[in-house]
Design a protein around this ligand. Structure first.
Ligand SMILES: [Mg+2]
Length: 277
């Protein structure tokens, strides 16, 4: 029982509820990853590339393009990190070079034939119609805002993200959209998380980040003192991730977020209670 004023004694349940409500106010900001957390491609990259190639009279297997894209993307990201900003590239040129390399690896070395395909692909991937909102994303964002939580985006993405979010009807939920291209560095670089916290004027302990990448989202946010939750798909997690992330930080779907936040706040409250004894 808690004595809040001389002569007024509250039951344990009411005390816990009041403390919980007071404590709940402490979580102020949720930052969100976007790709494969809130939205995903309607078709695989291989299918999109194959379809665009077909429209230009070129037949290339989607599976070959998918595999080649993975290889080319890793090389391009390694050689020219964060859309080649420090190498004098624009993100548009970065993507165009990646498409040329992808088709080259898939057995089409003729850059002149691929250039118009690359231009069209850049436009296609800028279009909201190429993307779809993941199940539960919109409802969860609305419910978070109803609770008074402030929302923002931290995404390893180029300048096209803002328009994609507008087109999908999600932009209105966020106070700001911070991309790695605008910031000049990608997650998990702590500077991008610090920038978001500074923009929101929120302490890291009062913020949580939600995303599907263990190193970029989950670990990146925790490294700056934020809370974080890892969105996972149906595939089994690698054992290294499974062993490093407490179950209560794993979201099997976005509908698990609010209960997970409740649990986080309750456990924090219990720790505070335990610490004050
Ligand atoms: Mg992601």
């Amino acid at each position: 029982m808690l004595l809040i004023r001389p002569g007024i004694i509250l039951s344990f349940d009411i005390t816990m509820t009041l403390l919980s409500m007071a404590h709940r106010l402490q979580m102020r900001l949720l930052t969100w990853d976007v790709k494969d957390t809130l939205i995903k491609l309607r078709h695989s990259v291989g299918e999109e590339y194959a379809s665009k190639a077909r429209a230009h009279g070129l037949v290339v297997e989607a599976t070959a393009l998918e595999q080649a894209f993975g290889q080319a993307y890793r090389a391009q990201s390694h050689n020219f990190p964060n859309y080649g900003q420090n190498c004098g590239l624009t993100s548009r040129q970065w993507w165009k070079d990646l498409v040329l390399h992808t088709f080259h690896l898939a057995g089409v070395p003729d850059a002149r034939a691929i250039t118009p395909i690359a231009d069209h692909l850049y436009e296609d991937f800028s279009s909201p119609s190429t993307w779809q909102v993941l199940e539960g994303a919109e409802t969860t964002l609305k419910e978070c805002r109803k609770r008074g939580l402030r929302l923002a985006v931290i995404s390893n993405f180029d300048q096209r993200l803002e328009d994609i979010l507008v087109g999908l009807g999600l932009r209105e939920h966020f106070e700001f959209v911070l991309t790695s291209e605008a910031m000049g560095c990608p997650k998990p670089d702590p500077r991008i998380f610090h920038e978001a916290l500074q923009l929101a004027h929120v302490e890291p302990a009062m913020a949580a980040h939600i995303g599907d990448s263990y190193p970029c989202d989950y670990q990146g946010a925790r490294a700056v003192g934020m809370h974080s939750f890892l969105v996972v798909g149906p595939e089994p997690l690698p054992s290294s991730v499974r062993d490093s992330v407490p179950k209560e930080h794993i979201l099997l779907s976005l509908s698990h977020l609010l209960p997970a936040l409740d649990l986080l706040e309750a456990s924090s409250l219990m720790r505070e209670g335990g610490g004050s004894k």
